[in-house]
Design a protein around this ligand. Sequence first.
Ligand SMILES: [Zn+2]
Length: 260
Amino acid sequence: MFSPATGKLTYPQPEDLAIAVSKDAILFPLKEHEIYRDTTAFDIGIYNGKRLVCLNLPSLEHGTPLRTFFTEAEPEIAHIAAFATHLVRWRATYKHCPSCGKPLKEHDFERCLRCEACDANFYPVISPAIIVSVFKEGKILLAHNTGFPAGRHSLIAGFVDPGEGLEAAVHREVMEEVGISIKNLRYLESRPWPFPNSLMAAFTAEWESGELKPDGVEIERAAWYGPNGELPDLPPKGYMARKIIDEWLAADKLQRKGVQ
Ligand SMILES: [Zn+2]
């Protein structure tokens, strides 16, 4: 069981557990972490009764690439890794006060950094994003984003604008990217996605009106795909979009079995 701490700076002790995070990889547990006893680490919490510290190392020879780690790890380990990665990146970015430029200090007991000159606290930044599965007559909307590998299709997703609610963001993204209106929006689940600091909220909805018109900027191609037809190249397992698509396919299979 993992209970997160505030992430204060500390030094690894022999009895600690350690996780290592670099720019592009993670190693957990980090064995023989005693060699880092003079390196500052973050106290990130208690895991299975032991203190867990996180070392931010320049490179990890035996580490797992970040995206692979997050898509393959068990939920609790993924939570620990997401928390550690988020804290490390936040602390690496927030060294000075964004208002006056003076060095920030650790808060005595909260998970935030403090500028005493401005009497201001700076908390870890979390960027909400949405993802949505849209259905029309039993078919799912899949789209190719210009940033994807060739042929890859996925669900519509995007960041929430300042001042916007999650539901409004879903309606706006779908309209902006493929030009259709949706209805019967329903919340599914959420997941942190620390690249670098997103919190992804998943929804499902039904087509209401309009023809698919990819915006040509972010979305190059979009189409409706039935569960029995050929599907395009999908995101790898472990991605939230893939989980939602796989659950739809599994539910459809189950339903057809029931009918037979
Ligand atoms: Zn300041």
